[in-house]
Design a protein around this ligand. Structure first.
Ligand code: NAP
Length: 273
């Protein structure tokens, strides 16, 4: 029987996940289907229960439900527990297990696909929402020289840093900041994990932000964001979040099926289209 998977979100019609997983399944010979499921804002838990009741094996969870997915799970992977957010559900007969593949997806895109090592580099992560919680741990695991978390609401960046200092013994070079405090600082890698790009906006940043040879990364994909334009104006190489999207999907696929699909061809195909 064909195993059933889905992505649940609101909105979700734009999601590229069904196309990505269909291609992974084809290329690895897995007998599975993958659809998009819309959940009303007050209907996330009911949609998961319905899909599970109909025999669904797993779900990806996207905005705005990653925190509610975290609360829904009976068991969690370590990385989901650290992130306090879940983007991958394994729907078992007796329990729902939660995982978070966003962080490994970002780090694989940065280090493997784009060739930017983290070790010894000064990294700025902008935003302190769900995406930043998902990637902060895996970024720290890459042993950067420092990881600065900047956020519009500084108290949330402080909270994120306190959380990761408690669970990451190697989190010494972790600091919180407001954007106005970044003047005079320079970073080798600047990652935009704010949702400002979705509305054509960006944080106010000093022009001195990028160190020589720096790289800029925006988690949003499918458009040239104001942050990417800012980086290009500064003569800095940049990438959008399409590779992260495909890599986090590949990690979810591996969690569910035990098989690691090739990602390069999928990224290339999505870029071409
Ligand atoms: P979230 O939990 O809603 O957090 C949004 C963050 O953006 C907060 O830190 C917020 O700051 C900040 N922000 C929003 N508007 C801003 C503005 N105009 N100026 C400065 N900061 C602003 O969202 P999320 O789940 O973390 O997702 C963040 C982004 O990452 C989204 O665009 C999402 O699509 C993207 N993402 C991409 C992938 C991928 O695979 N490529 C995966 C996950 C997420 P405050 O705290 O001050 O409100």
């Amino acid at each position: 029987m064909t195993d059933r998977y889905a992505v649940v979100g609101n909105p979700v019609a734009h999601s590229k996940s069904p196309a990505i997983h269909a291609r992974f399944a084809r290329e690895t010979g897995q007998d599975m289907s993958y659809v998009a499921v819309f959940a009303a804002l007050d209907g996330f838990e009911a949609e998961v229960a319905r899909f599970r009741g109909e025999g669904g094996c797993g779900m990806n969870v996207t905005l705005p439900f990653k925190h509610r997915a975290f609360a829904l799970c009976n068991t969690l992977s370590e990385r989901a527990a650290h992130a306090r957010a879940v983007n991958t559900l394994v729907l078992g007969p007796d329990a729902i297990r939660g995982d978070n593949t966003d962080g490994v997806g970002l780090v694989r895109d940065l280090t493997v696909n784009l060739g930017h090592a983290l070790e010894g580099r000064r990294v700025l992560l902008m935003g302190a929402g769900g995406a930043s919680y998902g990637v902060a741990g895996p970024l720290l695991d890459g042993h950067p020289a420092e990881l600065v978390i900047a956020n519009r609401t500084v108290s949330k960046a402080v909270e994120l840093c306190e959380h990761f200092r408690r669970i990451h013994t190697h989190a010494a070079p972790l600091a919180a900041a407001g954007y106005e405090a970044l003047g005079g600082r320079a970073f080798d890698l600047v990652i935009n994990a704010t949702s400002a790009s979705l509305v054509g906006d960006m944080p106010v940043l000093p022009p001195t932000l990028f160190a020589p040879g720096a790289f800029a990364y925006d988690m949003v994909y499918g458009r040239v964001t104001p942050f990417m334009a800012f980086a290009v104006d500064a003569g800095v190489d940049c990438a959008d979040g399409l590779g992260m999207l495909v890599e986090q999907a590949a990690e979810s696929f591996h969690v569910w099926r035990g098989v690691r699909p090739d990602t390069q061809s999928v990224i290339a195909q999505l870029r071409a289209s």
